[in-house]
Structure formats: structure tokens, C-alpha cells
Design a protein around this ligand. Structure first.
Ligand SMILES: [Zn+2]
Length: 315
């Protein structure tokens, strides 16, 4: 079960198992998924502080500097308007994760600033709870990557890497430096004990996916008017691609973009993207058509591709 970001920036909950190839698709920017802050046993392995504007983001960078001086490693991820400060912790109950986060904010006088703390629930009751966009993917609304940075705002890189790259950041984040247990415990010890709740029912996934809220009319018009978005919604990747290459029932076939002896090319119909695991290309109809035009020796600029597709698909 995982949250999936739609092209309008909103999320829906997908009631299916999250396979590793979907995480790969997220990292390659074909889809964007979120990460729930608590597992089904209400255990957290990180907290995330979310600043939604530059003023609050500067405060979080200040907090990160102080933490670094105390021997704690914060991970800074700037975002569209502000940013996320991630702290990877030893496994904690949702209650303790929140006590830790709240005390941290209070200690640095940031508790009145409307900085959001994830997880947002002490314990899961009826649903999967809060989530944060999984780092190192593309924000669907801006179509941009937001890599991690150092305290000075430079792209984060491991000491071993010559230059910063997303691949290197994945390595760094796969094995993050966790907040020392003693540090977490010392903050929790000073934090107020939350009111005890009555026993809560065991978490069961909700049967129906959460429906995304309808975007406002203004937003919808602006968003719908983008030709690239209208092209993508005019036809499924599967229907489009099948007009040009042969695919089996599972959506697999020879990749047209490299010398393919095996069926390296595949379509993910659930999430409407194509991917070749051999040449590592993939994406939307537009990505497919750009490469197709390139192969035919035609102008394969984004603009020429869009114009051609609009002519084919949009009336
Ligand atoms: Zn290929």
C-alpha cells in the first residue's frame, strides 16, 4: 500500500503491494510515490519536519546546523516552496517519535511556527496515516527533482563520489546516519507525557482508495490547458505504443531503441508508463515519441514532438 502523486500534485492511496520496480520508477521520475510515516504496527524509523515557506525553511536550516554541532546528522531536502528536514531514528513508537519531534521543536523555539511534524499520528487507528513524498523523485506539479543539500545549500554527496548525483544520494540515503538512541531518549525524557488513549482497534487497510479532492476550477483549467498534459490523457501509453511495436499480453516486447534480443521493453499499465530495463529509457508517450522521432531522423526536440503528437491525438 502506498500513496501515488497525480499530475495535479495531489495523492491517492493505492491498495496494492509496493514492488521494488515501482521505487525504481519513482527514482527515474516516471511516477511519484509517498512514504507513510508509520508502519502497520505504528512504528516510525524517521521523523520529518516540513517547512512550507522560505522563512520556516531558514529556521530548519538553523536547527540542522545546531544538530550537526551536537553530533546528530540531519538530512536537508529543499522542496517547491520550503523544505523537509529528515532525521532517521532508531525504531520508535509513533508516540515516542512525536514526543521526540515536538521536544526538538520546543527546545529550539520552533514549536509555534507551524512547522509540520511527521508522523502526524501517535498510533494508526483506521487508515495508514500521514505520509511524505518519497525523496529523490520528481514533483509531478513542477516536474522537478529536489535533491538533498548540505548545510551550505550545495548538493549532498558522499565522500567517495567525485561529483554529486542522484545515484550517489540514493546510496547515502540507503544507509543514513541515524540519530543516536541516547539523544532521542534524552529529549523524550524531558517531553510531556501524552494523554493516554483508550485501546485502539488494530489497523486494517481501508478497502476503498481515498479519492483525490477535485482541483479548484482555476487550477484545473490551467492544468488542463497544458498540451503535454492533454496529450498524456488522450490515450494510454499501452494503446499508443502498441500502434508502433509488438507487445505480448503482459505488455512486454523488444525495445525499439536498442538492439534488443530479449523482451527488455515493458509497459506498466497501472501507472501508465513504459520502461526498458536494458537501455534504461522510459517515461510517458512524449518520451516514447521523442525517441521514435530521433530514430526516424526527425526533429526530436520537445516542441516538435509535442506539436506532432497534438496533431495526431488532440482535435
Ligand atoms: Zn531499450
Amino acid at each position: 500500500m502506498y500513496p501515488l502523486q497525480l499530475e495535479n500534485g495531489r495523492y491517492i492511496s493505492i491498495q496494492r503491494q509496493l514492488y521494488p520496480d515501482l521505487i525504481a520508477a519513482h527514482l527515474k521520475g516516471f511516477i511519484t510515490i509517498g512514504s507513510y510515516a508509520l508502519d502497520r504496527h505504528s512504528v516510525a524509523k524517521w521523523i520529518c519536519l516540513d517547512a512550507d515557506d522560505q522563512l520556516r525553511w531558514q529556521k530548519l536550516i538553523g536547527l540542522a546546523q545546531t544538530l550537526t554541532a551536537q553530533g546528530v546528522t540531519p538530512y536537508l531536502e529543499p522542496s517547491r516552496r520550503g523544505g523537509h528536514l529528515w532525521l532517521f531514528t532508531p525504531p520508535l513508537s509513533g508516540t515516542d517519535a512525536r514526543r521526540f519531534g515536538k521536544q526538538l521543536l520546543a527546545d529550539h523555539k520552533l514549536d509555534k511556527l507551524k512547522i509540520e511534524l511527521y508522523p502526524k499520528q501517535d498510533k494508526l487507528v483506521t487508515g495508514p496515516g500521514s505520509f511524505v513524498r518519497l525523496p529523490l523523485g520528481k514533483h509531478r506539479l513542477t516536474n522537478k527533482y529536489y535533491p538533498f543539500t548540505t548545510l551550505e545549500g550545495q548538493p549532498l554527496k558522499s565522500p567517495a563520489a567525485a561529483t554529486p548525483s542522484i545515484r550517489d544520494q540514493i546510496k547515502v540515503l540507503t544507509n543514513p546516519i541515524r540519530v543516536p538512541k541516547e539523544f532521542v531518549d534524552s529529549l523524550i525524557a524531558r517531553s510531556p507525557v501524552p494523554k493516554t488513549h483508550s485501546p485502539t482497534p488494530k489497523f486494517e487497510p481501508t478497502p476503498e482508495p481515498a479519492k483525490p479532492k477535485k482541483p479548484s476550477k482555476k487550477r484545473r483549467e490551467r492544468y488542463d490547458s497544458k498540451p503535454s498534459e492533454r496529450i498524456k490523457s488522450a490515450i494510454s501509453v499501452s494503446d499508443f505504443v502498441r500502434q508502433y511495436i509488438e507487445l505480448d499480453d503482459q505488455g512486454r516486447g523488444h525495445c525499439p531503441f536498442h538492439e534488443d534480443q530479449i523482451n527488455s521493453f515493458s509497459i506498466n499499465s497501472d501507472h501508465n508508463f513504459w520502461h526498458c530495463f536494458a537501455c534504461e529509457r522510459g517515461g510517458s508517450i512524449i518520451d516514447f515519441w521523442m525517441l521514435w522521432r530521433k530514430k526516424q531522423g526527425e526533429n526530436y526536440s520537445f516542441k516538435a514532438t509535442i506539436t506532432d503528437l497534438a496533431h495526431k491525438l488532440l482535435k
